[in-house]
Write a new protein. Structure first.
Length: 55
């Protein structure tokens, strides 16, 4: 496996983890704060955008 292939696989795995985490955040925020799903998605998307910028 070349470095480029390994990097692509790592990025794909990281993206899958980030998407799974974002969904968990959406559900958790909606439950804990009693907010509408739409608002919870906005907050989770903002958090996810910050996470992607950090990578």
């Amino acid at each position: 496996m070349t470095n480029q292939t390994r990097n692509a696989a790592t990025l794909a795995a990281d993206r899958a983890k980030a998407e799974k985490r974002a969904e968990a955040l959406r559900q958790n925020l909606a439950r804990r704060k009693g907010q509408s799903r739409e608002r919870a998605e906005q907050i989770a998307d903002q958090n996810n955008d910050k996470t992607e910028k950090d990578q």
